[in-house]
Design a protein around this ligand. Sequence first.
Ligand code: BGC
Length: 800
Amino acid sequence: MVEWSIIFDQWIPKEQTLREALCTLGNGYVATRGAFEEAKAEADINYPGTYIAGGYNRLTSEVARKQIENEDLVNWPNWLPVSFRHAGEDWFHLSKVELLDFRQELDMKHGLLLRSVHFRDGKGRESMLNTRRLVSMANAHLAVLEWELTPINWSGEIELRAALDGRVINSGVARYHALASQHLQNLEQGQHNEETMYLVVQTVQSKIRMAQVARTQVFLDGQTSGMIPLTKIEQGYVEHQYTLQALAGQPLRLEKSVLIYTSRDWATSEPLLDACINIGRQGMFEESLEEHKRAWQRLWNRCDLDTACLSKTQSVLRLHIFHLLQTVSGHTVDLDVGVPARGWHGEAYRGHIFWDELFIFPFLNMHLPAITRELLMYRYRRLNEARSAAKEAGYRGAMFPWQSGSNGREESQVIHLNPKSGRWLPDNTYLQRHISSAIAYNVWHYYQATEDMDFLSYHGAELMLDIAQFWSTIATLNHEMGRYEILHVVGPDEYHTEYPDSSEVGLNNNAYTNVLAVWVITKALELKEIVDDSRFVELLTKLHIGPDDLSRWEDITKRMYVPFLEDTKIIAQFDGYDQLLEFGWEKYRARYGETMRLDRILESEGDNVNRYKASKQADVLMLFYLFSSEELLSVFKQLNYDFEPECIPENIAYYEQRTSHGSTLSKIVHAWVLARSDRKRSWVNFETALMSDLEDIQGGTTAEGIHLGAMAGTVDLVQRAYTGLEIRDDVLWLNPVLPDEMPCLNIQLRYRGHWIKLNLTTEKMVITFDKGWSKEVKIGVRGEIHNFRTGDQKEFDIQR
Ligand code: BGC
């Protein structure tokens, strides 16, 4: 890796699908995996996938004698294909030639994927192939590639082809192979004019239509060839064909500009019509590249983070910001989509939206808050579905689905395959009701970062109140104990979904769920002081929340139950956790390494992870991740529990020994909670989280899609944990403690409409304030509040 690029200088077929995910190019509207232009989907070798934000479709499959409907992120037609062959010979394939040199580069600064291959074929002919590709950040619909072949020691006739291929299915995840996969129906294909061909497809159930239009042009030795291609048309496939005389030493270049429009777009008449009109307005590769680079520059100006002294960390953090911005960008606004846990980079988790937003929004809030707002609107627009879900389950308010897709119904799968045992098993992780709290938390923190009162009044408050109402109605009063409980749920740790030997699903009183419910209700009650009185009353009336409801809310915020391990100050993950068996970690770690899917391993051995004190990921520790100790202690105090700051390290140590980090989110949380108390261990966790995708630490999962929560979470660790950033009482508090391994940091943050620059070393922090629009901003450093106005710059001594 170099500062702005990942470079692969060898072709390693077994790493190809991982690299395709890492080299995905996207713009928040469409994303295409970094597959080679000549590659077709081949199991475990190549998987060219193109996905559009919100491009879902449902299919029913028969599995284990059950009819199962799944909603998938659809793999759309492949716009990449370009290849060549010598007259009458086989088409070019990397495995059929001798590689003399290979280089693939993901240039993150400019959003470009480059490849350069020097090869020799079986007849001794040597050639250079250079390709450049972009998915435009300037024009959401545009993707362009340049393909250049230079014969080195030969001349002769070659055939060149460039195609749009709609004969694709969803087959990017081996675990889903038994499921139905034909999401697309081919509608039309043909030639628009001499240089332009098109393809129109539609999803079979959601009826989303996509038109792709491609213009190809060939240049010989830098000059336009004026050649007109032959167009081959088959069902679901169009191809431009050129027959050329290649000359030794003379580069032969093809430019392919592609426009993608769908029936989900704004400001269009009809996808094919708009694509055809606009392709005629498109400039050449270099022109598209310039616009694209400028758009990326604008994004980097707002989002880059410079750790100056640490090159590898720096580059990986940039890779993470890069993929985040390729998944959600300005082009996402108005698309009515959420942020998918695995990016639009592959088919894992079917492009669904989970609680991973919790790890992603803090970065967006402090750089591009307009995107967070849009992603929260995705939730707002699905309130009715969440209300119906609550009602059907016997509650009031809004119960959001654990996995969300097109219309906000629950998209979690009913059964899932354990690839280790080959068995299909019930999946009860949908009981993660804590997802609703994550949404309320995100609303609150978006508001804190932006002071966007309009959003809060008209949308955010409604979400928070309806979620609070859900918690109030799912909570039941245990008269014996005199406290409220939440029963039959699952916490963030997905290994525990039921009690061993129980016929019921779910667990009682997951501490994380209960504390978050109290926090949500408390904040919902505080809204009364924030939004206009009339609006608050309006909302209560709209949501049928009456005085009795509000007094129950108040009561819950004082009497919710939180389980503790007997005679300790250790928060129990859930009721009955102490009855579980200790797990033989050493034996399994020696065999499978530290990060492992214990649930799959144990099930394949005929055992059940529910029996053990073994978590997939941070659960109780999420509390210390989401809340400052002051905030958390005040919740415990309000609940009349004696929980002091000294109890926190004990809790961390307890769960650290009992966590398998089977989710990439887990290491983020562990790095965060240790950031102040044990900086060495924190850094080790941070480094592991940093390598989640680049080194594919979960063993094969990145190829199916990146882990966006871990990506954004690592950047946010630097941005908030190391700077000690917290917004409290209308003050932006900073209390920086940089890790020894990161002795300097330069970052720019958006806060309530202002840009603030932080330049940090271990000794000093310089804060530079750009524009103070309407009023000054309060920034607190180490306990003292300072007012900042336009142009102010202040320096602080921050030595420990
Ligand atoms: C984790 C969840 C996460 C999901 C999507 C699962 O493996 O356990 O917490 O939301 O992946 O990233």
